[in-house]
Design a binder for this molecule. Structure first.
Ligand code: UFG
Length: 326
């Protein structure tokens, strides 16, 4: 199948494109290259365009049978300071994609959602039917789009699978793509780069959380496992699966301090750390109840031990430090 992958030049998108190609599909990447990279588009054609441009979205759907929609801004902290940017890009511009799909008769969409739709949940691990009360505009922009998908489903017969990612991490085990955000705000690359001495000491945001070691807990999922969930998700929709939302996580949580000590152990390098206050918009703990994705998609994590996540990310960041991809 020819599958449109919006945001396919980004970190998760490039791994999704590789996974789709490995499964025999043609990933057609649609990306404005604001955050994505030309070098990360290796498994199918690139259409350079922006979802703000409704006619570009319509043109990109030529010959396409299904869509994976990942394009969007991703920084929780920035979204608190610039909500307009997040609502506009992640929600308003994404509606152009949905309307273009309606016009083209493309019904199936896998959407890149997030654990941030749950906000600061009372119950952890988090089941999919937990209350959706985002605590930052990023999470809310994703929640809005999930809701639009429900109503577009009811009114226009659109079929959707929302994958609520927990913390994507790690890199392609073959070293063909990996994480290269600028600015980088994610914990694991910052810890690795601090160990390698290519970035300053990492700030440890908050040591007073109600967790065993006082630092925040997240569910880290290897990006290759995450990518496979999209391939299975497309197959699920194409074989008549009902529209739904699924957590994509491992079900196990790790604290910030734990991440730092695993990076030190695997790299053999000390990680310089600065203790800092909590970051605005952050939840104390986000861990998936990860059973429904197994049931619905037959998906389970294969590469998501902390050891494999850190090993693949370390290999990628070592290479990036020496030979930045172009
Ligand atoms: N952290 C630090 N120092 C840093 C960066 C992060 O201590 O320099 C901490 C954060 O406070 C948080 C944890 O490390 O407790 C993980 O932070 P990340 O920025 O790596 O990831 P987030 O959990 O904030 O966000 C990620 C994705 C979002 C998604 C969210 C849902 O980036 O898109 O997971 O869980 F919404």
């Amino acid at each position: 199948m020819r599958i449109l992958v919006t945001g396919g030049a980004g970190y998760i998108g490039s791994h999704v494109a590789k996974a789709l190609a490995s499964a025999g599909h043609t990933p057609v990447v649609f990306d404005n290259l604001e955050m994505g990279h030309r070098w990360a588009v290796r498994w199918g054609p690139l259409i350079e365009g922006d979802l703000a441009d409704a006619s570009a979205a319509r043109a990109a759907l030529e010959g396409v049978e299904a869509v994976v929609h990942l394009a969007g801004y991703i920084f929780v902290g920035e979204s608190v300071k610039a909500p307009s940017k997040y609502y506009r890009n992640n929600f308003v511009n994404s509606l152009n994609l949905l309307d273009a799909m309606r016009a083209a008769g493309v019904r199936d969409i896998v959407f890149s959602s997030t654990a941030a739709v749950y906000g600061a949940p009372e119950k952890v691990p988090i089941p999919e039917d937990s209350p959706k009360i985002p605590i930052n505009p990023y999470g809310e922009s994703k929640r809005f789009f999930e809701q639009a998908l429900e109503w577009y489903g009811a009114a226009y017969g659109m079929r959707s699978l929302c994958l609520r990612y927990f913390n994507a991490a790690g890199a392609d085990p073959d070293g063909e793509t990996g994480e290269a955000h600028e600015p980088e705000t994610h914990l694991i690359p910052l810890v690795i780069d601090a160990a390698l001495g290519v970035r300053p000491p990492v700030g440890l945001f908050g040591t007073d959380y109600p967790t065993p070691d006082g630092t925040a807990i997240r569910d880290y999922i290897h990006v290759t496992d995450l990518a496979r969930a999209h391939v299975l998700g497309i197959e699920y929709l194409r074989s008549g699966g009902a529209s739904t939302a699924l957590n994509v996580g491992t079900g196990s949580g790790h604290s910030v301090r734990e991440i730092i000590s695993v990076v030190e152990g695997i790299s053999g390098l000390p990680v310089p750390v600065n203790i800092a206050p909590r970051r605005e918009g952050d939840s104390p703990a986000l861990v998936a109840l990860a059973l429904r994705a197994r049931e619905a998609l037959g998906w389970e994590p294969r590469h998501s031990s902390l050891e494999e996540i850190v090993r693949t990310a370390l290999a990628w960041h070592r290479r990036m430090a020496k030979h930045p991809p172009r």
